[in-house]
Design a protein around this ligand. Structure first.
Ligand code: ADP
Length: 158
């Protein structure tokens, strides 16, 4: 059983995330979408709602589970769950510069590998932050987020 984890805050989950998660699911037997919370960070959606949006969206895909990851070390979470790889989408060289030291540290801490998947060109510019900004100012983000996210974003739009 090859198990991978796709970690992130998913505030909210968007099509760039979904594309990487689907590709991870084609490479591994099981993919855990691990939703993180850092209590020092301010989120638009509480943890339960971020999990709910991801679950609603991914419900029809086999081999994918959505779970909270908690505040501890991701390397420790991976060790406890028998996760063999962390899968991350890469949008740019700055993503890579940010991710490389974490990938090396995670491997040294627990032996878990990090697999980088190049982001799909159509979603290269997507981040949860940009989507929230556009939606808050009344722009259309329907091309970039699943329905369960869109309805929640529209509920808070002008
Ligand atoms: P963060 O971990 O900085 O809060 P997110 O939760 O938004 O970031 O994203 C989690 C992971 O999803 C990122 O580490 C990145 O690997 C991936 N990701 C984010 N946006 C995209 C995108 N547009 N295309 C592909 N992968 C992405």
């Amino acid at each position: 059983m090859r198990r991978a984890v796709c970690p992130g805050s998913f505030d909210p989950i968007h099509n760039g995330h979904l594309e990487v998660i689907a590709r991870a699911a084609s490479l591994f037997d099981e993919v855990i979408v691990a939703v993180s919370t850092n209590y020092a960070k301010k989120y638009r959606f509480p943890l339960e709602e971020r999990i709910e949006m991801a679950r609603e969206t991914l419900a029809s895909l086999r081999g994918i589970v959505v779970e909270p990851v908690g505040e501890g070390l991701l390397a420790e979470y991976c060790r406890q769950r028998g996760v063999s790889a962390i899968v991350k989408g890469l949008r740019s060289s700055s993503d890579f510069d940010y991710e490389l030291p974490m990938a090396t540290m995670n491997r040294q801490l627990s032996g878990v590998e990090t697999v980088f998947l190049p982001a799909e060109a159509h979603y290269l510019h997507l981040s949860s932050t940009l989507i929230k900004e556009v939606a808050t100012l009344g722009g259309s983000v329907s091309e970039y987020v699943p329905r369960s996210v869109l309805k929640r974003l529209l509920a808070g739009a002008p």
